[in-house]
Structures are given as C-alpha cells and as structure tokens.
Design a protein around this ligand. Structure first.
Ligand code: FA5
Length: 337
C-alpha cells in the first residue's frame, strides 16, 4: 500500500506539472484533492488495514497530502501570476499615440480690456460691483437727475419693456444703486457691464456695447482727483503713450462735465481723436437722491466706452468686428487657437 501511495504522489505531481493553465489545474484539484478525489480514496483504504497499522499509514497519507498540496499551491500561484501578466499586457495603453487636438478658446478682446482696467482700479482700492442690464427707469434716468420729460433723455434712446423698465442705456444706474446700498458712507467703485441704445450701427457705434462706470464719493474729492485718475489709468493702459484731450461737455448727472478723447493713429499713419469716456463731478441732486449730504460730500464719476478703448489699443477700425464672431478676427488675440 505504501507503494501505491508513492505512485499516487508521483502521479499527482506529474499532473500538477502538466497543467499549463488555471482550468487544467482545477481539473487536477477535483481529481485528487476533492472529497471523492484519489487522496480521499487512499484514506478509505485504511479500512483494509489492521487497527495497529492504521495510525502510521494515516499519518503517511496526510504527510503526502501536505507535500502535494504545497506543490499544487505553488503551481497555482505561478499560473495566476502568468494570467495576470497576460491580462495586463493585453490591456496596455499605448501612450505614444497622438492625443486629440482640442482647440481651446480665448478671452475676448473686450474682456481683456475689462480685466486690465479692473486690475488697475482694484490695485488703487476700488471695489468692483455689478448691476442689472434690465433696469428701472428710476435708476437709469430719474436718480441720475433726468426726470420724466427731461430733454437730455433724447441723448440715450433705449429699448423699453414698459414705460418703467428698459435695457439700461449706460452703467450709471449702478451709481444710484451703490449710493443707496452704502447708506452715506464714502465709496470707491467701478462697474463693468453691457449697455444698450437705439443707436445706428456704424464704425464707432453699436446698439449694444460695454461701459465701465466709476464712482468715488467722499469728503474733499475734487476735479483734480478725477483728472489725475483718468490720466494715470490711460498711462497704465497705453504705457504712457496715449495723448489725452479733455473737452467740456454736458451730462445731467455731473457738474462740471467733460468728455475725454484719445489720439488714435490709424493703420495708414493718419491721426484722429476718438472719444472714450464721459465724466464729471457728481451733481448735488444725484448725491442727495443717493442719501449723501452735498454740503459735506463731493464725488467724481466716469463712464468708459470699452469698445472704443479696445479699438485704440488693438488698432481696430470698425467696432462691429467685436460682435460678428469671426474666428479670424478673434484669433489675433490669442496664440492658443
Ligand atoms: C454716458 O453714457 C455717461 N453715463 C458717462 C458718464 C458717467 C458721464 C459718469 C459722467 C459721469 P456717453 O453717452 O457719452 O455717456 O457714453 C460714454 C462712452 O460710451 C462714450 O464716450 C463712448 O466711448 C461709449 N459709447 C456711447 N455710445 C456708444 C455706442 N453706441 N457704441 C459704442 N460705444 C458707445
């Protein structure tokens, strides 16, 4: 019987060695190690032995089983590793393939100007605020010292939803909103945003355009402060190369009022002044309506035309280019395309 056991051991080892994949190895397990397998049958032979012989042979069978089981486990581990490696190999990603060339967009030239101007003012202690594009007549006109029937309303014809609600014609209503919100405290704000007018579109006019409003209210704010601020901002934007011209003007919400032009050199070398903003000292009526005592507080305000600045800076001769979404035009402002 010992010989029989020895033969079985050799057979099992041979079967294990011959198994070249996990499925074959499982067959080996079922044939030899399962309940009805050859090793269990060998144990069953104990019945044919005398009670004295049984313990020694039982031990021999168990020792043999342990040896072949170790061999089996080693083989199983080896086949599992081979299987995993094969799987990893087949799932390997080829990192050398060229990627998809996704085209990223870029910042619109008008937003580049807004970012730049905002940086300038934030550095100088201004807060950036926003206001609604659909505005009440109250803020757009009345609180800007333009009561119903005021002839200067003609200067800014608008798109109305009803007699009290319109697309804002300028960013100035944010002045009124901010003054009310600040409840009489000194303030320094800018407000970039879209504005709308029933203007005929031409090279320098668009029915939709952007403005950046500025408002400073405090004690002792003077016209000199306004002039310095505008000159300093233009120096920053045009690296000291912009020639600024102030013209007396009229706005119902400022007194005195000015318009600011910058000398623009066209592509053909000829020069032309282009109006970029309106400004002035805040009218006492506007201060009063905003909750400020005009005897104690003064202020200055300005409204910059963003497209006009962009035209100067990027040498663009027609404002309509900003809104036609021609990729060839926009491409000039980025290297990313
Ligand atoms: C105003 O809108 C005043 N709210 C500006 C202001 C603010 C004055 C605070 C005093 C104090 P005006 O209508 O001039 O002013 O417009 C200001 C700037 O917006 C102009 O200088 C111009 O650069 C730009 N602008 C006006 N209309 C158009 C248009 N149709 N298309 C493009 N830009 C325009």
């Amino acid at each position: 019987m010992k010989n029989q056991l020895e033969n079985l051991k050799n057979q099992i080892i041979l079967d294990i060695n011959n198994a070249n994949n996990l499925e074959n190895l499982e067959v080996v397990y079922n044939n030899h190690f399962s309940k009805k397998g050859s090793l269990s049958q060998m144990m069953g032979n104990l019945r044919n032995l005398s009670p004295e012989e049984r313990p020694a042979f039982g031990k021999l069978v168990n020792d043999t089983k342990e040896v072949v089981l170790n061999h089996f486990n080693l083989k199983k581990e080896e086949l599992e590793t081979a299987h995993l490696n094969q799987k990893l190999e087949s799932e390997k990603i080829n990192i050398h393939l060229p990627g998809d060339n996704l085209k990223s967009g870029s910042i619109h030239p008008l937003n580049l100007i807004i970012e730049d101007i905002s940086n300038y003012f934030v550095k100088n202690g201004y807060e950036v605020v926003t206001g609604p594009e659909i505005e009440l007549d109250l803020y757009n006109f009345e609180m800007m010292n333009l009561p119903v029937g005021h002839p200067a309303r003609e200067m800014q014809d608008s798109f109305y939803f009803d007699p009290n609600v319109l697309l804002r014609t300028h960013t100035s209503p944010v002045q009124a909103r901010t003054m009310l919100a600040k409840e009489g405290k000194p303030l320094k704000i800018i407000c970039p945003g879209k504005t709308y007018r029933r203007d005929e579109d031409d090279q320098t006019h668009s029915h939709q355009f952007m403005q950046i409003e500025g408002l400073v209210v405090g004690e002792g704010i003077s016209f000199a402060n306004l002039k310095h601020t505008l000159q300093d901002m233009l120096n920053y934007l045009f690296k000291g190369e912009a020639e600024m011209r102030l013209r007396p003007s009229y706005f119902p919400f400022t007194e005195p009022s000015i318009e600011v032009d910058v000398l623009f050199t066209k592509k053909d070398g000829t020069k032309q002044y282009i109006e970029i903003l309106g400004a002035g000292m805040v009218h006492p009526n506007v201060l009063k309506m905003g909750g400020y005592d005009p005897e104690r507080f003064t202020g200055f305000a300005f409204g910059i035309g963003v497209e006009r600045l962009a035209m100067l800076r990027y040498q663009i001769e027609d404002i309509r280019n900003f809104y036609t979404n021609d990729i060839r035009f926009l491409k000039q402002f980025t290297e990313e395309f």
